[in-house]
Design a protein around this ligand. Structure first.
Ligand SMILES: CC(C)CCC[C@@H](C)CCC[C@@H](C)CCC[C@@H](C)CCOC[C@@H](COP(=O)(O)O[C@@H]1[C@H](O)[C@H](OP(=O)(O)O)[C@@H](O)[C@H](O)[C@H]1O)OCC[C@H](C)CCC[C@H](C)CCC[C@H](C)CCCC(C)C
Ligand SMILES: Nc1ccn([C@@H]2O[C@H](COP(=O)(O)O)[C@@H](O)[C@H]2O)c(=O)n1
Ligand SMILES: [Mg+2]
Ligand SMILES: [Mg+2]
Length: 188
């Protein structure tokens, strides 16, 4: 969905990438630590901290790839590490949200389950040679929805954050369906 913004994003990030001539894997492993900070924020009812930390963690997730591409340091291990750290970040953020009591534990577990399943379907599809970056709630969209929800919860009432999480779970499962359908069409 947001993939079409990638060329624009690359243009914007290239000056930063040019000045950041480091191993992109270093950037990749910092991102989940910032996600832990987001989880800490949610667990302690600091919604604004949660929101800013998700933004920073997501920012690093786009910077690692930009640095890798700009300096011709893209690697298969880097791609693997990037995806793995993303799963870690996804889960830890929801764990923080559950601890903060922003949703029923069952909804929180579904949020983790749906997010991991969305990404698993893509990984499994790619192992079958099918590109699967489709669906309404790819990771960037999920992160943006969470940030917007946290902001709404902060500036109005926390219950609105809960509603946003429920919507996010529904959108994530729809994405699982969209991706399975996409792979079915590609492989039938
Ligand atoms: C806080 C600051 C110091 C930093 C501030 C900088 C600012 C100027 C803001 C810039 C932010 C922006 C550029 C970054 C935000 C991105 C973030 C919202 C989400 C992170 O996106 C992930 C990204 C990379 O994906 P990647 O390929 O590395 O990972 C894949 C992914 O995990 C897949 O998961 P899934 O299958 O989809 O579940 C795996 O399957 C893959 O294996 C794995 O490789 O994706 C980037 C895609 C887009 C091109 C990103 C577009 C982002 C928009 C331009 C962002 C606009 C953000 C707004 C500013 C947000 C405002 C919200 C507000 C605060 C309410
Ligand atoms: N440590 C890394 C991180 C990323 N890559 C490469 O970038 C792709 C992901 O790009 P994003 O802009 O979405 O982060 C990934 O598939 C790798 O090709 C890398 O090599 N090393
Ligand atoms: Mg990345
Ligand atoms: Mg990533």
């Amino acid at each position: 969905m947001l993939e079409s913004l990638r060329p624009l994003l690359t243009k914007i990030l290239n000056p930063l990438a040019r000045n950041l001539n480091i191993n992109p894997n270093i950037v990749t492993v910092i991102s989940p630590f910032i996600a832990i900070l987001a989880a800490y924020g949610f667990a302690n009812h600091l919604l604004l901290l949660g929101c800013v930390a998700i933004l920073l963690s997501g920012f690093l997730d786009v910077v690692d790839g930009a640095v890798a591409r700009y300096h011709n340091r893209s690697s298969k291990f880097g791609a693997f590490l990037d995806s793995t750290m993303d799963r870690f970040a996804d889960a830890i953020i929801y764990i923080g949200i559950i601890f903060g009591g922003y949703c029923d534990w069952f909804i929180g577990v579904l949020a983790i389950h749906s997010a991991i399943t969305v990404s698993y379907v893509r990984a499994r599809a790619e192992s079958q040679g099918v590109d699967c970056s489709v669906g309404i709630a790819e990771r960037a969209v999920r992160m943006i929805i969470l940030m917007v929800g946290a902001l709404i919860g902060h500036f109005t009432q926390p219950i609105y954050f809960t509603y946003v999480i429920i919507i996010l779970v529904i959108l994530s499962y729809i994405t699982v369906g969209q991706r399975i359908y996409h792979v079915w069409k590609a492989l039938k």
